[in-house]
Design a protein around this ligand. Structure first.
Ligand code: GLC
Length: 558
């Protein structure tokens, strides 16, 4: 590894300093080749590496990226309550970045799940900032332990997709300090992420990218953040104002470095501020140089898949297990219903989407393990009306089975980055199918695949067992078989409340805002903080999760 060190900021011209504060293209730093500063690659994502395969680095075909291990998105991993496991996921992600020469992986996302309708709830950790911070810190520490950088995002209060590029989140200081900042603050103080990505939205009327109070007063002066701040893609609307506020890096580039040069020359940018922002970029390249200089490294695909497998197992939350219907006996006569069993929904839509190194559906797993089971898709994964023929086929397949495993949930069309959901309910055609199958056979277990909460109360009476499996990444099929057939016990605990109805959630009254504003009128009363404080009943509370063990407490003396 070369001992070459980077130049002092004083060896750079004004133009070179300005060039460091904007990307080279959508997925690379600009670097200054003449001074030995490479333009390393940076790219998504929060639960695995998404590196574009396309020749031009500006485009990304989300369905054609370099194969990488797809770990469970945060919605699942957050149910593990296992920081050590999460750290291992981070380490594995870093090894894949080293192989692919990616200096910074753009994640984790720690925005609070303010309302379960949020389109990126699958990508975020919890309604609770303490849990979100104490779990996601494992990704940052794990990745950076290997010399690769992370980008803690999206700072701050990016809690919805509706109008995300411009909406102003109007939040009290108390709610910011107690709910929307703590996960970022904890991770900055505990793990010093090498980069932070600022959010698209405004906070109290000021764009995050040019909010000096946010990016300098709070983040650096109060919390001691030592890394760089990059914009979300397209979130920098005024390069001079943003750089003065504390934004080191505009992504993607708008090819307007001359604006910085002119502003420096006419005093709108102080030399010390430009030096500070450019020095941060030199420091980032310095931190990642060793890892980016490793040649010929290949990560262990099977070992990483095993980490994904363990993470998937610990992501599942057992909500209901009447008559101990689970685990399924190995000699049971099993019927599997639901397209998700054949076509798994294992990750979220949008910038975090990965091309997995392998993918095994639940059905494929049963075949591999020699488990004989009837299968009927029951419904299509679009939002079209029910197909009576598919329903009839499924009800017929349920006849005489000892256990019917019904794979239900949200198709990709129902939730993704880029839009919020309109309803918390599962698609009506799936609920109708469940009712028809349960009328034929009472021994039904529902396995849910969803990135954010769905209401369970409307249909729970039709199922003896309910396993919330969120989105499980590439190894969800084998992990589900391990849990459903009792090789391992489910251990996940809810990181997000499941309400009886979306209108029980206090943030709904101000969701998703209007005319460019969303008022966080519920203040600090987000999720369980509301339900517990005001003694409101919920379907399944934050922290809930059953296992196959039974417990008896006796002779307790207080
Ligand atoms: C997206 C996302 C951000 C992602 C970035 C690059 O709009 O908000 O999370 O890292 O752009 O894909």
């Amino acid at each position: 590894m070369s001992e070459k060190t980077y130049p002092s900021i004083n060896d750079l011209t004004l133009e070179e300093k300005a060039s460091l504060t904007s990307g080279g293209d959508a997925w690379h730093l600009q670097g200054v080749e003449a001074k030995g500063i490479p333009g390393y690659m940076i790219t998504d994502g929060p639960h695995g590496l998404r590196k574009s395969n396309s020749a031009t680095t500006g485009e990304v075909d989300l369905n054609n990226c370099v194969p990488a291990t797809c770990f469970p998105p945060a919605a699942g991993l957050s149910s593990s309550w296992n920081p050590e496991l999460i750290h291992q996921v981070g380490e594995a992600m870093a090894e894949e970045c080293i192989q692919e020469k990616v200096a910074v992986i753009l994640g984790p996302g720690v925005n609070i799940k303010r309302n379960p309708l949020g389109g990126r709830c699958f990508e975020y950790w919890s309604e609770d900032p303490y849990l979100a911070g104490h779990e996601a810190v494992g990704i940052v520490a794990g990745v950076q332990s290997k010399g690769v950088g992370t980008s803690l995002k999206h700072f701050a209060a990016n809690n919805q997709e509706t109008d995300r590029l411009r909406i102003s989140a109007n939040i009290s200081q108390r709610a910011l300090r107690e709910i929307y900042f703590p996960a970022f603050e904890h991770i900055v103080k505990e793990a010093q992420p090498w980069t932070i990505m600022c959010a698209y939205n405004c906070i109290n009327g000021v764009h995050a990218a040019q909010d000096h109070w946010l990016l300098t007063d709070v983040l650096r002066d109060e919390w001691g953040f030592q890394g760089i701040v990059m914009s979300d893609w397209g979130a920098d609307h005024d390069r001079v104002a943003s750089l003065n506020a504390g934004l080191n890096l505009e992504m993607p580039p708008s090819y307007t470095d001359d604006q910085i040069v002119y502003a420096a020359r006419d005093g709108r940018i102080q030399p010390a501020q430009l030096d500070r922002m450019a020095q941060g970029m030199i420091d980032l390249v310095n931190k990642t140089r060793a890892a980016m200089s490793i040649e010929g490294y290949r990560f262990d695909i099977e070992a990483h898949d095993e980490v994904a497998h363990r993470a998937a197992i610990e992501s599942m939350v057992l909500l209901k297990n009447d008559d101990a219907i689970l685990p399924v006996a190995n000699d049971a006569k099993v019927t599997v219903i639901g397209e998700f069993a054949r076509t798994p929904r294992y990750q979220g839509g949008g910038s975090s989407h990965i091309t997995p190194t392998k993918m095994t559906s639940f059905l494929d797993t049963l075949t591999e393990r020699g488990v004989d089971a009837k299968f009927a898709p029951g419904f299509t994964l679009d939002l079209e009306p029910a197909d009576p023929a598919l329903e009839a086929e499924a009800v017929d397949a349920a006849k005489g089975a000892d256990v019917v495993l019904m794979f239900l949930g949200l198709p990709e069309a129902a939730e993704s980055e880029g839009f919020d959901r309109e309803t918390l309910d599962m698609p009506a055609k799936q609920i109708a199918l469940l009712e028809a199958v349960a009328a034929e056979n009472k021994n039904v277990v529902v396995v849910l695949s969803n990135g954010s909460v769905v209401t369970v109360a409307p249909w729970a009476k039709n199922a003896k067992g309910i396993l919330e499996s969120w989105l499980l990444g590439q190894s969800g099929g084998p992990a589900l078989a391990d849990v459903l057939f009792g090789k391992v016990s489910p251990s996940g605990k809810l990181a997000q409340t499941i309400p009886f109805d979306i209108n029980d959630d206090p943030s709904t009254i101000n969701w998703p805002g209007e005319e460019g504003h969303v008022d966080y009128g519920e203040g600090v009363f987000v999720g369980y903080r509301y339900y517990d404080t005001y003694n409101k009943a919920v379907d399944y509370p934050f922290g809930f999760g059953l296992s196959y063990a039974t417990f008896e407490v006796s002779d307790v003396k207080a």
